[in-house]
Design a protein around this ligand. Sequence first.
Ligand SMILES: [Zn+2]
Length: 436
Amino acid sequence: MNQNWEFSLDYYQLSLDTLDTALKTIPAYKSWRAYDPGIRYPVDTRYQVMPALTKKDIREYFPNGFVPPEVNIQRGLDSGEISFVNTSGTTDDKVTNIWNQKWWDASERTSWKLNAHASRLATGEHPEAILVNPLNVGIASDTVDLPMTERRLARFLYLSERTNYTAWTDQHMDRMIRELAVFKPVILEANPSLLAKLSRYIYESKQTVYQPGLIVLTYENPTNLHYRQIRRVFSCPTCSSYGTTETGYVFMQCEEGKFHQNTEFCRVDFQPLKKEHGGPSLGRILVTPFHNDWYHLLRFDVGDLVRLDTSGKCACGRHNGMILSATEGRVVNATLTCAGRLVTSRELDIKLSVIQAIDEYKLEQTTTNSYELHLASREPDKPKLTASVTSVLKGLYGKHAKISVIHEDFIAPEVSGKYRLAKTLFPVNIEDYLEK
Ligand SMILES: [Zn+2]
């Protein structure tokens, strides 16, 4: 593969120091020492032979297994330097992490350098409006409306206190539009499915909305459908920021639309899928954060698929670190064709988004050859829409695919508060799809 991107000497040094510290002093990696071929081997090789760290491992070793024995977690909690945070989700997905605000902020700051608009606008003091589920971040209240002053925290304004956004009323969305005009955020950070929902309302109610300097989409993988709905009412620049609670800011989309690695704050190891499933440019990533003295993670399996940019170049001129042409969605959102080929949620979205009438969808693959598509749309002619999506899905999954289309008023998010656009109702082990 043609990889023109470069890694600095600092990056290799950080990779090496982080690996050596973890293997020598961090209890969670004691059993990993057996994999290490030793310091005579290149650092990339030493990383490649190590296992992946899973959420199950985090649950097993949390919290003392992730710091050197001399570091006292309780002291960090008492001083307020760190706290424990729970990620929402199903039992398999749920995990408690060590939250280090200072490190998180520093990781965010370096990610801004990777987008010209962010590096021009973001000062760390700039007013920022946030439209996300309060289950993820913010202040929740489902019974009482909180006034704007009670949804302010430092330089942030949380636009909604509702954890259930299928219950957003017109008045609730009118309030968001009003508050954007009053607060005038430099940056609007949003969960793409929520901003798409607000954007559909703005468009249908023929309103105009305050244009922030930049929209940063985060928490979910934005889809073509989201972008189409958002761009009908927001003309300001938009970028997607990719990261996780565990790893901080990992990739930032630049002004030219490609994703650049935040090399000052993390190492990324790429594992390609087999050729028949989209490899070698499609694969999963394992992330090793740098500089977090309170939480030493090595090769954490973030559970996402990405597509490497095969040209290895970007028109923005940045060439330091890995370059992606796209993030392809969660591994758990992948489905399979009737022939067993893996389909990422981005691939599905590209196919479905050609149908203009779709507002929201969720695809559930119930067996190896049957698929249930739940659809919310403004199309009055439902049989016509059913025929179009059936034809698109058969084109993707195979002519023998059994497709059922169920029309809904809206699509509900998962218990985590995030939308899941696709899934199989049977287990799929990603390890079986990786190139060995
Ligand atoms: Zn770029």
